[in-house]
Design a protein around this ligand. Structure first.
Ligand code: XXG
Ligand code: FE2
Length: 344
């Protein structure tokens, strides 16, 4: 069992990683009413449409140089289609395929262009049951970072992270550790409770590419998108309120304890949760010590002490399985929400 607190051990794991993941790069959400979802993501949040047809919309942020960071695809049921990581080169894709085949996982190759704008890619159902994708090349598009006159809504910049509900955080932690992910922060139990309730793990030198949260799973808890700044997040709240979409606001705006980022959680028209996230910190130093938060520290999830809505802890999107059904889920042994607060 890997432990969050040992930078030397993490460096070893990084060197021994079976293939080289660069970062969390894009995701596909299956949505039941593509036009309604377009209203939310494009007209209100300001995602840029790179390409669209009757069955899918390919979106990007203002910082993106790649074709898309979010695909909205028409589906019969709402689910997360796949979560995609950029790897360092095409050779890494072969190594990834070897790795998942050796673990007995389902794997499938996608030809270049099978997903619009993308080079050859590998789809897998990982040992946790998650539909992952790995790719190394994507069509380049104009970066709109300084085209300020075009920027709207939350001024979304790019995808930052995936957050997963998993029944066993330690097991998921071990799998991502094996893939060479470091741990920036985690939430642990007190007084003899060695449970890890949540962990934030990274490949790019920021707080995370993947967060693992104890809960019924595997399910997608949320997609985190980097917003331009705090103002963009606050303006989004005004815009949603003004347009009568205030019910999409689930949690925040606020400051996280974990990660120090400024945040807002929204629920899209299908209930998929997305987070607007900005201003976390550098984690690239090799001697980085992970930050441990007690499950009883009321500032861990909300630095200003706001209560986190119960449904934020409990609800998540189902994942699409390789056969088109949804991935079966199971309950965790212990949940953070149920932990009693210790007297101060
Ligand atoms: O990105 C995140 C989060 O995983 O969405 C949640 C950073 C911090 C938090 S937390 O609620 O723990 O502050
Ligand atoms: Fe997040």
């Amino acid at each position: 069992m890997a432990q969050p607190g040992d930078p030397q051990e993490w460096l070893g794991a990084r060197r021994a990683a079976p293939f080289d993941i660069v970062r969390a790069a894009h995701a596909e959400l299956l949505v039941t009413d593509l036009r309604h979802s377009r209203e939310f993501y494009v007209n209100l949040l300001g995602f840029v449409v790179t390409e669209e047809d009757d069955s899918a919309i390919y979106l990007r942020g203002y910082e993106d140089r790649h074709h898309h960071c979010l695909v909205l695809r028409s589906g019969r049921v709402a689910a997360a289609g796949h979560l995609s990581f950029l790897v360092a080169s095409e050779a890494e894709l072969e190594l990834a395929a070897d790795h998942y085949r050796a673990a007995g996982c389902f794997t499938r190759w996608l030809d270049a262009g099978e997903e619009r704008g993308q080079g050859p890619a590998l789809r897998v159902q990982d040992p946790l049951g998650c539909p992952l994708e790995f790719f190394s090349r994507m069509e380049k598009v104009p970066c709109l970072l300084q085209r300020y006159h075009l920027q709207q809504g939350a001024r979304m910049q790019r995808l930052d992270h995936f957050n997963l509900h998993v029944p066993d955080v330690q097991r998921a932690f071990d799998l991502y550790h094996e893939l060479g992910f470091g741990c920036s922060e985690y939430i642990g139990g007190d007084g003899g409770d060695s449970t890890i309730y949540a962990a934030w793990m990274f490949r790019k030198p920021h707080v995370h590419d993947v967060a693992l949260t104890a809960g019924r799973g595997p399910r997608l808890h949320h997609l985190g998108f980097w917003a331009a700044d705090k103002d963009a997040i606050l303006n989004t709240c005004d815009a949603l309120g003004g347009a009568g979409w205030q019910e999409t606001i689930e949690r925040g705006p606020g400051r996280h304890g974990v990660s120090n980022a400024f945040y807002l959680y929204l629920r899209d028209p299908d209930g998929h949760r997305i987070e607007l996230y900005t201003a976390d910190y550098w984690t690239g130093d090799p001697d980085l010590d992970p930050v441990r938060w007690s499950v009883n520290d009321e500032q861990r999830r909300s630095f200003w002490g706001h209560t986190v809505p119960e449904r934020w802890y409990l609800e998540s999107s189902l994942l699409q399985a390789a056969d088109g059904s949804t991935v079966p889920v199971s309950d965790p042994a212990a949940q953070e929400l149920r932990q009693p607060l210790l007297p101060r």
